[in-house]
Ligand binder design. Structure first.
Ligand SMILES: Nc1ncnc2c1ncn2[C@@H]1O[C@H](COP(=O)(O)OP(=O)(O)OP(=O)(O)O)[C@@H](O)[C@H]1O
Length: 247
């Protein structure tokens, strides 16, 4: 592929994706194209389908219909491990570190199992990920003793240990104090400035607005607004979602 064609290929294309659990339609024909380097925020009420959309993107859930393309490759039928190795990293809403292992060993697990690295390459990658997540000073701390911000940062480091081009963040700012949230914002901004493409689901809208250049609102499995963040937050569609008993 020529350089020009590569530049024109979006990093992620979600094309007419639907997801149902039995009779429950969680996502209905979602279309989302994300260029490389973009930081995209996703808001929406509880149960809107936001986490499900991330799961369909990273392959932990299979789409019922539609296509997911990553870096020009159709990954719809590809499992989460393969997608991680091809450059997708994801944090989960509830961090579940290996509590009996140190912070470094947890990051190493991400580099080994997530990225498929071994030996010194895995060690190096784990240390880089800890540095990027501002967790290097805690490398030898047992993960089970970390406070919430530390667990969130470790979850971030675990995702970064797969060396992602695309980083999917699921409510990473939830439950933090304002000061903790501000420090996490600085870290995520830095990752964005290094060129990592970010899709970030968050109820803490202030945190999103400090980082993202594009905002999508999902309601009942449908994208109801998509564009410049403050314009999206002011749009009648999003006001309806909030005031109509949504957010
Ligand atoms: N494995 C599953 N089986 C059945 N229903 C599911 C499953 N996973 C999610 N759901 C349902 O799908 C809907 C969307 O859930 P999802 O977690 O994607 O929403 P969300 O927008 O991320 O919500 P929140 O902001 O509360 O995290 C909910 O009604 C949820 O109960």
């Amino acid at each position: 592929m020529s350089t020009q064609a590569e530049a024109a290929t979006p990093l992620l294309e979600v094309d007419s994706v639907a997801k149902s659990y039995g009779a429950l339609d969680v996502l209905t024909s979602v279309d989302l194209t994300v260029p490389a380097g973009q930081a995209l925020g996703i808001v929406g009420p509880n149960g809107a389908g936001k986490s499900t959309l991330l799961s369909v993107i990273n392959g932990t859930e299979k789409a019922t219909a539609g296509v997911v393309r990553f870096a020009g490759r159709d990954v719809t039928g590809v499992g989460p491990a393969d997608r991680a190795r091809s450059g997708m990293g994801r944090t989960f809403q509830i961090p579940r570190p290996f509590t009996h292992l140190t912070v470094f060993e947890n990051a190493l697990a991400g580099a080994s199992y997530g990225a498929g690295l071994h030996g010194h390459a895995a060690d190096r990658r784990a240390l880089e990920a800890l540095e990027m997540a501002d967790m290097l000073p805690d490398a030898n701390t047992p993960a089970g003793t970390l406070p919430l911000l530390g667990r969130k940062r470790l979850e971030l480091a675990r995702a970064l240990a797969t060396d992602p081009q695309l980083l999917l963040l699921d409510e990473i700012a939830g439950g933090l104090t304002e000061a903790e949230c501000d420090s996490l914002i600085l870290t995520i901004r830095q990752l964005h400035s290094e060129g990592i493409t970010i899709i970030w689901i968050e109820h803490v809208v202030k945190a999103l607005l400090a980082v993202v250049e594009r905002l999508v609102c999902l309601a009942s499995g449908v994208i109801v607004a998509d564009g410049e963040p403050s314009a999206v937050m002011r749009s009648p569609e999003v006001r309806q979602v909030y005031l109509g008993g949504g957010l």
